[in-house]
Design a protein around this ligand. Structure first.
Ligand SMILES: [Zn+2]
Length: 215
């Protein structure tokens, strides 16, 4: 059969077009496969560059976590005597993964006496308001504790006020917990839980304090 040059050229062009199409399809499939592999296998973590010449003094076993939603703010006394028990209560008892913390001598005492301790109140109010707004805190936990030297040490004006009223340290602590709790709720619309850490038979126990007296 005689060759028709025109048909031959058309046939060649069709073959080339088919080869080009097949090549493009293979390259597209290869690209998709490469992307799928890249997505399935995470890139090895790059170590953070250290700004210190020596290695770390300690490496925590607790990984860095993202800021929790609905984080709680805890206001308590800075005394080291009850710190481990308070942390256990907050994490094991109240099941908080993490929490913001304001720890100052006397805890809520700094927020409770704006007339007698105005500078303390100003600082404590700033810290509390900042954390509530910055971290969208909706839950506040205030803890007072037995034998708190910030209430019993006669060197503070707050303690002198307690002596003038004739009320016991325990009565003042509960009054101030309630006062601060109600203030925080009315000012910032947050839920407040109040607790008192006491020593009973050698154990540290945490009693819930109602926000209203006599409840
Ligand atoms: Zn204390």
């Amino acid at each position: 059969m005689a060759h028709n040059p025109v048909l031959d050229r058309v046939a060649d062009k069709m073959k080339q077009a088919l080869r080009d199409q097949a090549k493009a399809s293979v390259e597209a499939l290869a690209g998709k496969a490469k992307q799928a592999v890249a997505e399935a296998v995470p890139a090895p973590a790059q170590p953070s560059p250290s700004r210190f010449a020596a290695g770390p003094a300690f490496r925590s076993t607790i990984p860095c976590s993202a800021a929790a939603k609905d984080r709680a703010l805890v206001i308590l006394c800075s005394s080291g005597t009850f710190q481990r028990q308070c942390h256990e209560f907050l994490t094991a008892g109240l099941r908080l993964d993490d929490y913001d913390l304001v720890a100052v001598p006397g805890g809520v005492q700094w927020l409770a006496l704006p007339d007698i301790l105005p500078k303390h109140h100003k600082v404590a109010r700033w810290m509390t308001e900042y954390l509530l707004r910055k971290h969208s805190v909706r839950r506040v936990i205030c803890i007072a504790h037995q034998n708190c030297s910030a209430y019993e040490d006669q060197s503070t004006l707050g303690t002198l006020a307690h002596m003038v009223t004739g009320k016991s340290t325990f009565e003042h602590q509960l009054e101030q917990l309630r006062h601060v709790g109600n203030d925080l709720t009315s000012l910032f619309g947050v839920g407040v839980e109040l607790y008192y850490a006491a020593v009973e038979n050698g154990d540290v126990v945490f009693h819930s304090v109602p926000t209203e007296k006599g409840v």
